[in-house]
Design a protein around this ligand. Structure first.
Ligand code: SAM
Ligand code: SF4
Length: 328
């Protein structure tokens, strides 16, 4: 078992398989995109697989595949199949923008992918375009529908933004009336690839809740122990909704996760800087034991929470790298 210096069990890896993406969601990337890493600087799938195996032997049993957009990286389906066959990994989830996912849903179902988080920031075509800067709303909605009709658990992620999609909160909740889906509302974080330009008008979790309560009554659901979302149900509705205080960071006390960026940097907290680079270690031909020792050491030195991690950064500027380079 991997236990950090604050007594938290670490069993969950979020793996960003690429920094590339076909959308330009303005809360994540500038209009002209970000400077992508060179192909050779990215972890290869073989290198990722080796790390998953080593981490799995230490107790990491849950993996989320994210990015950038995971489905723009060629070879992703064979990679998913390979990790779905690893005994140590009991749960695989994927976060996707849904634009290249539609024709893969049956294969994902067959592999036993447990859940898909679909980014869906608006149910209105124009607002969707305003946010993502791409006209792909219909494709994403087709993906949504097919996912909901599959065996895969579906969650939607909506980053709540003043002046952009507040009017989508109620329609989003209405999705839960007939669909077995969890719609989640996320506080915007400053990771938008635009230095020092975090949005000053964050909608904190309490404000989102107050807005929901103006129209809906709700029942609190039992949250799983390491859940980042506070989960609720509207009486009589099939699905549920969750609010993620991603910027307020009230969930750090039960954090069970680590992150690997596309170039192999381990981040033991989203708000901190990378601890060490596993790609460089692998490419210097170290053994699995050495990789494992490095992970154990980094986990023994985690920040207590996202605020402490942020303070430990080498610059006083707020974190500003694009979420596509971290994975969310
Ligand atoms: N491309 C995939 C997608 O959009 O689902 C996966 C990668 S994306 C970086 C992962 C998640 O991070 C998405 O749900 C997205 O909404 C969220 N995200 C990106 N930038 C964010 C920000 N600045 N604040 C809050 N959430 C953000
Ligand atoms: Fe791409 Fe996802 Fe970032 Fe949007 S949030 S630009 S879909 S990586």
């Amino acid at each position: 078992m991997l236990i950090d210096n604050h007594g938290r069990v670490i069993n969950y890896l979020r793996l960003a398989v690429t920094d590339r993406c076909n959308l330009r969601c303005f809360y994540c990337m500038p209009k002209n995109g970000i400077k992508y890493m060179k192909k050779n600087d990215l972890l290869s799938f073989e290198e990722m697989f080796r790390l998953i195996r080593v981490f799995g032997d230490l107790g990491v049993s849950k993996i989320r595949i994210t990015g950038g957009e995971p489905f723009v990286r060629s070879g992703i389906m064979s990679f998913l199949k390979e990790i779905s066959e690893l005994v140590s990994i009991t749960e695989i989830s994927i976060t996707t923008n849904g634009t290249f996912t539609l024709d893969k849903i049956s294969a994902l179902e067959k592999m036993g992918i447990k859940s898909v988080n679909l980014s869906l920031d608006s149910l209105d075509r124009e607002r969707f375009f305003d946010i993502t800067r791409r006209d792909l709303f219909d494709r994403v909605m087709m993906t949504y529908r097919k996912l909901v009709n599959s065996k895969i658990n579906v969650k939607t992620n909506m980053v709540v933004m003043d002046g952009r999609n507040i009017e989508d909160i109620y329609p989003m909740l209405e999705l839960t009336k007939y669909d077995d889906v969890s719609v989640r509302f996320i506080e915007e974080m400053p990771f938008n690839g635009t230095e020092g330009q975090g949005n000053a008008t964050i909608w904190p979790a309490e404000k989102i809740m107050k807005y929901i309560e103006k129209k809906y009554s709700h029942q609190k659901m039992m949250d799983s122990p390491a859940s980042t979302s506070l989960n609720y149900k509207i009486p009589g509705y099939i699905g549920s909704f969750g609010i993620i205080p991603a910027y307020s960071r009230t969930f750090c006390g039960s954090c069970n996760r680590i992150r690997l960026t596309p170039q192999g940097t381990l981040r033991t907290c989203l708000y901190g800087e990378g601890q060490l680079n596993f790609r460089d270690l692998i490419r210097s031909s170290v053994t699995d034991r050495v990789l494992a020792d490095h992970l154990i050491k980094a986990i023994g030195n985690r920040a207590n929470d996202g605020f402490e991690a942020e303070k430990s950064r080498s610059t006083t500027l707020p974190p500003s790298e694009s979420m596509a380079t971290i994975g969310g």
